[in-house]
Design a binder for this molecule. Sequence first.
Ligand code: G6P
Length: 620
Amino acid sequence: MCGIVGYVGPKQAYDYLIEGLFRLEYRGYDSAGVALQDGSKISIRKKTGRVSQLADLCKLLPIHGTSGIGHTRWATHGEPSDTNSHPHTGGNGEVVLVHNGVIENYSILRDRLRELGYVFRTATDTEVAAHLVAHQLEEAVKLGDDPFEAETCVRAVESAVRQIKGTYGLAVMFRDVPGLLIATRFGSPLVVGMGRGEYFLASDASPLVGHTKEIVYLNDHETAVIKADSFVLRHQDGSAPALSIRALEQTSRDTDLGEFDHYMLKEIFEQPQTIENALRGRLDDEEATAKFGGLNLDPQSLGRIDRIVLTACGTSWHAGLVGEYLIEEFARIPVEVEYASELRYRNPPMADRTMIFAITQSGETADTLAALRECKRKGHPTLAICNTVGSTIAREADGGIYLHAGPEIGVASTKAFTSQVTVLTLLALLLGRMRHLSHPAGKRMISQLREMPDKIRQALKCFDAVKDVARKYYTAENFLYLGRLYNFPVALEGALKLKEISYIHSEGYPAAEMKHGPIALVDEDTPSVFIAPRCEIYPKVMSNLEEVKARKGPVIAIACEGDDKIAELADDVIYVPDVDEYLQPLVTSIPLQLLAYQIAIYRGCNVDRPRNLAKSVTVE
Ligand code: G6P
């Protein structure tokens, strides 16, 4: 949430900053702003709305400077407005900064600073940080420190953040020290790109693509002191952490739209490839099992696990629910799926042999990170199922499994979901083979998994049928999504996709539970999407479908190719390839993603930038 960029070097900083903000816009798009230092002063441009509106403003009122910072905002404290947009200034303009995170004790700090004479112009928590740094600077100068020295500025930032409770990723510039950029973090990600005689700063690696191949992730409590010719990392406790330089693997192709109108559609159509990537090198034919390189657990420890907790938020939580069904069926290990935001504050009994998996596309979700840390603190092995290489969760977990799905930019998660489900299927296979699952059963799973990229390719052919259905129902104000067993989490995910990007009220339910409440919503204007591929309890799902029809509710069925019977009952049918039940979420989620996409398009919504949402939720 909120994106930060920064630059110090010989070039005009604006070009990198604005391009970087476009790439980080998925993190928030309530407003955007930049500040540039031209050697004698810092100029600021900021604007409510999208980065493109900021770019338009900067065309009208250009700014210059070879060091600068930028920000794209997802509002927490203070409505989206030009005034509340970052960058914010502290003191009399001697400090300018951008912030990602939440300052929880901002009202106490603000009152204290007001008493000291600082004037607050915005409704943000961030302005507190700006004044606080300015105040620390003033105090240091009173004690005889030189305000034109970088060291004085670094100490001012360090003293200020020591007083902050909450989370922050901060990029700070000083009017009187041109060419100095200070970045520090706690709980919100920051990464530095190493150039030749120049340095780049960003909230994640995507703005750095094309500028550098070497990056350094900041850890909590670390401060980067950046000038055009030097980059020093220090810990807030005064120590000097070792510099761990990593290779940037992302390429610009990963972030191009290609032939597609939207990232969401591009990512939906990437799924045959992303599922193949999730499987690559992980199928062991000889042993009829799965293998992972990064679990960092020996087979004995894995074999001893007798309970698993999957924790996540949003779509990743839905993938966790599929994981619960998979692991319990194939490995017979009890699994619980916990909302990370709840788990972090609960204190559920967890026996010693409980293993924790945090499932996260971004690897930065604040609640998931906090839940992981809490479980780690209690001594449990923590693993991550994560897409973003080098993200905080990927680095802090004891081990993990990468999705290798490439950057997911559309705010509504699609390809990450199916990759997570694929990886969880592999995990169920691995844990199952260490326990009760037979060699032939493992072999069968492997060969079925190998077919999945093709099955997804076939499933994607339903797009034309989906468009017809979307055209028919896009004006509906309520939708129900109903499925059973493996398709219950798919129903939840389908409903989430629709509400996220089309703002239609939609609810997902286990199909039989519908009778305990949601059936009251059924009428001629409320479509019910039944996820009803062939399965053990197919006749029961059909009875639920009849119950909706009997109340004149329109029914859209997601069914297996060749199921002609369902066409007699449902108003519309979208067909997907027939696969074993445990693999159905991978194919049945495809038409639901496409349906949400197409309905949003017909309603004129911005599918890649839905209102109020952000891709990476780094505040709790
Ligand atoms: C946000 C995103 C969702 C995502 C959720 C969890 O709400 O909009 O698409 O599922 O965060 O994110 P994570 O990166 O942890 O999977």
